[in-house]
Each structure stands twice: as C-alpha cells, then as structure tokens.
Design a binder for this molecule. Structure first.
Ligand code: URA
Length: 410
C-alpha cells in the first residue's frame, strides 16, 4: 500500500487502518510523503470526516512522533488548560496563577498566534526580560518551586502537529473537527497533565462558528481523554465579541494584571472564574460551587496576583518596564444609543493591521500596539463618546473600526 492508495481510500470515504495512517503521517514527517499529497489527504479528511477509531489511532501517532513529558516526579494533581483561540483571549495569564495559588500544579505549554487570534507566548514576550523557553529540567524545577509555568512548546513535543498544522493553515483544512481534536489532544496528552480543561471558542472571532460543531468537538475530545484515562472537561464560550477591554499583546498583559488586582469585572472576569473553577473542581474533586468560592477568594485576597507576579519574576520578566505605545487615537461615536454588538473579527483585523499580529510568517509583531475598548456591549453611548482607543506606531489612514460597533438608537 502506498500514499496514493491511502488518499484514494479516504477520498472514497473509506476507514483508514492504523497502518495506513502511519504510512501517510509518519511518511510526511520523514518527508517521504510530499506536501501536496498530505494536503490532498487532509482535504479528504475534512470532507469525509473520521471514525472514532481513526481519530484514536491518529492521536496516538501524533503523540508518539515526539517526546512525552513525564510529570510523575512532581507531587500532586497537574491540571492543564487549552483554548481553541479567540480575540483578546488572555485567560491563561489569569487562570494559571489563580489555580496555582490554590496549591494545584499548572504545567502549561502555549503557542503563538494563529490567524487573527493572538497567542499567549506572543503576549508574554511583550514583557522585557521574560523567558518563554524552558528545557525539561527547568520546566520540572519551576513547576516544583512555584507550582506553575507558562512556556512555549518545545520543538520535540508532537512535531507532527507542527508540520501538519502549518499545511492546514494554508490549505483550507483547519476547521475539521477530527483534525482539531487530534491536534489539541495529542499536545495536551504529551504534555503530561492528569486533567485537562478545554475552552472551545464559538462565534464570529473563532475557528468554529456554530454550536453544533463545537459540541461535536467537545464530545470527541472527551472520548479521546477517556482513552488515555485523563479527565477532560470542556466549556463552550462565546467569541462574537472580544474578551475583555484589550486586544494587543502588552495591552492584554496589563489587563490580566489589572483583573488580578481586582479592578475589572467584565466578560473576561466571568470566563476566567468559570475556567478556573472547573480546573479547581477537577483537581480537588469538589463541587463547582465550592471551587468557585475558592477561586473568587484567591482573586479578592490577591493570592492569585502574588502568584502572577512570582511567575513573571521567576521567568525573568520586568512588568514595570513593559512598553505600551504612547501614540493613541480615540475613535468617537457618531451615534447615540446602546451598544448591541462589538464584532470580534473586525477588532482583531484592526489590531492586526496596527501590528499586533502577523500577516506573513516573516512579519514581526509590535507588542506595544492594539485596541482598547472604552465601551462594552450593553453600554450607553452619547454622540462624541470615545468608543475605543487605538495604540499605534505606524500611521494608518483607514481603521474602519467604527464598523465593529453596532449601536441601536433608543
Ligand atoms: N488549536 C490547536 O492547537 N489545533 C487546532 O487544530 C486548532 C486549534
């Protein structure tokens, strides 16, 4: 059997055996299978889907393509989290310190931005001195010393996902439920945590736009978790409007710190409390209600803020020196009424055009720019009120950001 037989079988909606999946995917990693052949197979998977058995086999092939982290030397339950990617999503920066401040270990390997959604590692790199890389020894030592780490994924963790993902990104094969499930779950299982919380984003500014597909993904990831005896919980959260007030790297780090200082109560706060409560409930095997109480107390008592500062310092970051552009432009409302919607996709595009994201692989991110939303959904606006503030460095003529705001006149 060769790669063309495998492509033909999937194109004809057949079920691939483990051996056939190995021929294709291991062959691709070894560069025996060409990019165009893998692209054809991925498209056939996108169109025809995969059985559970195919998904389990492919997850296993992905996991075994690299190193599997063994966290058994670290005492206690280890809980990881993952988000499928959203606009203004800085939840990891907030949730990890909350959970770690409650005595639970949080080993977190994060990625960079994908499409229009920012990555945790890009955000952390806005902090002068912050080290995003950690080798295995440093990873384990930090987890033991302070109970949490957020670092970039090592090159040897599921290398197959890295190769396949970059092809999916440019071949219209990202939004396939089995391929997303394999990609996420293989990385989470290889990272070694005992329990995993996944925040599935659904809406305009997310990979998945409809709830039915989000639920399909949730159920599949839970079934993969069961196979590996890992408890997996999934939340499905709204991504029609940006999360919180800020979109842009340094701005989002600053917002995370402010939330932990107790200064912010918005949609970001609500989601962080939900995610953290589920992680604590899994780790301590307590009810969500009890876990929620602990989480809110960790924020109010500033225990979580202390953990956040300890983690930033441990990884060399100097938060006080973090630059945010001093060039700002306030966008005023030309209408009076109530804000009904703020379109996440438009805000993300504007922030990207200011320099907070990458359009090509070679682009350099400007961590100091982005969008601050002065108004949120449900707020009243008067004529001339500031809707949002743009932090920029390059001069831009046409921001079109007012299109993001749907204002209904009273
Ligand atoms: N996040 C991932 O890690 N992989 C996907 O395929 C989609 C979102």
């Amino acid at each position: 059997m060769n790669i063309i037989d495998v492509i033909n079988k999937k194109r004809n909606n057949g079920e691939l055996t483990r051996e056939e999946l190995e021929v294709a995917f291991n062959g691709f990693l070894k560069k025996e299978v060409k990019d165009y052949q893998m692209s054809a197979l991925l498209m056939a998977i996108c169109i025809n889907g995969m059985s559970d058995q195919e998904v389990f086999d492919l997850t296993d092939i992905f996991i075994n393509s690299g190193e599997i982290l063994d966290l058994s030397s670290i005492p206690g339950v280890k809980v990881d989290k993952h988000s499928t990617g959203g606009v203004g999503d800085k939840t990891t920066l907030i949730v990890a310190p909350i959970v770690a401040s409650l005595g639970i270990k949080v080993p977190k390997m994060s990625g960079r931005g994908l499409g229009l959604t920012g990555g945790t590692i890009d955000k952390l790199e806005s902090i002068p001195g912050f080290r995003v890389e950690a080798n295995k020894e440093q990873f384990l030592k930090q987890l033991n010393d302070i109970g949490m780490i957020i670092c970039s994924q090592t090159d040897n963790l599921v290398p197959l996902d890295r190769e396949v993902y970059s092809l999916r990104d440019v071949t219209g094969t990202v939004d396939s439920v089995p391929l997303i499930a394999v990609s996420i779950m293989s990385k989470k299982i290889a990272s070694g945590a005992d329990k995993i919380l996944i925040d599935i984003k659904c809406g305009e500014g997310a990979l998945l736009n409809d709830e039915r597909t989000a639920k399909e993904l949730r159920d599949l990831m839970i079934r993969i978790g069961n196979k590996y005896e890992k408890e997996v919980r999934c939340l499905i959260s709204d991504m029609d409007t940006p999360l919180g007030y800020c979109v842009g790297n340094a701005l989002e780090v600053a917002e995370a710190a402010e939330l932990l200082e107790g200064k912010i109560k918005n949609n970001l706060y609500d989601l962080c409390v939900d995610i953290a409560s589920n992680m604590v409930s899994m780790a301590k095997e307590i009810s969500i209600i009890d876990a929620r109480e602990e989480v809110i107390d960790a924020i109010n008592s500033k225990k979580a803020l202390d953990k956040f500062n300890q983690f930033i310092n441990y990884q060399g970051g100097r938060l006080d020196d973090m630059p945010i552009s001093d060039k700002t432009l306030e966008i005023k409302s030309t209408k009076k009424g109530i804000i009904k919607d703020i379109n996440a996709l438009i805000v993300a595009r504007v922030s990207d055009s200011l320099g907070s994201g990458k359009t090509t692989v070679d682009d350099k991110i400007d961590p100091t720019v982005g969008v601050f939303l002065n108004k949120q959904v449900g707020d009243k606006v008067e004529l001339g009120d500031t809707l949002c503030t743009l932090y920029y460095n390059k001069v831009q003529d046409n921001f079109n950001i007012t299109d993001a705001f749907t204002i209904e006149e009273e």
